[in-house]
Design a protein around this ligand. Sequence first.
Ligand code: PAF
Length: 303
Amino acid sequence: MKLAIVGNGAIGNLLALKCHIQQQEFSLVTRTQQAFTLVATDILQRAHNIQIQPSTFSQLNNADIIVLPVKAYQIADTVAELKPHLCAEQTLVLLHNGMGVIEAVKTLLPNNPIIAATTSHAAYKPSTTTMFETGLGMCHLGYIARGQNSAAPLISNDTNRDALLTSLLTPCCWHADIEQALWDKLAINAVINPLTALHQIKNGQLAQSQYNAIIGEICLETANVMTACGFSAEAGILIDRVKQVIEATSVNYSSMYQDIAHKRQSEIVFINGYICQQAQIHGINVPVNQNLLKRITALEAHY
Ligand code: PAF
């Protein structure tokens, strides 16, 4: 099995580390074509020097699986750029925070197997060539399209491909209904990401009692929207899950904290923005999510 990773953000580098540890052959597509040594520190504090010779899209024709750990707002453009180099047998794995891009990818690639994945595994990338694995989180994944083999069920069928993804993304869980899992993860990101970015804190600091009220309010709004969209949700359960992730990733700076700190575009539109958009469709008031969307968008406007 040959695996390609598109993008060397924190999660792209984390995947490169997993491949390196498991001696899994991989190629990495980066913006610049310059070779570099990635110094990746795993959760046991062991540093690994990984030699990276970046690939281009046109060199991915022999990859069985292409993982896209890029930002939600980069997905559509990246897939459009990748499309001329793909054949129908190649499986695409979308691995990002937020929701609202899957339909566009399915339209662009009607013949390929596509997997949607989301992870709470935490990684911190202080520079282009360094990465720290900072928290062990769960990855959820499931097929959103089977490609030409459309008769196959939309759940892992223990092919070599699925087994490889299971070992690289462990601990992980395959879902027949990945959309429910994506919503569950969205509910977590809707709390942790904007709050850590606005208050400039690590995930773990959200365990302080002063944040209890706002965490409860965000989860209640999100649960109402999820229910209206036909997914199962209870505010109390969402709050418990958020607290578990806060604890499991306590030393981590969330991806949105990192985006805002480095003056990069964040995924707010695909996280709290998506909740607001769905709320509007269903006539639900979500003032807290709207306020978070407004405040993060205002920060981005002042770069
Ligand atoms: O976006 C992130 O940073 C991560 O999804 C999570 C789980 C909130 C941990 O930091």
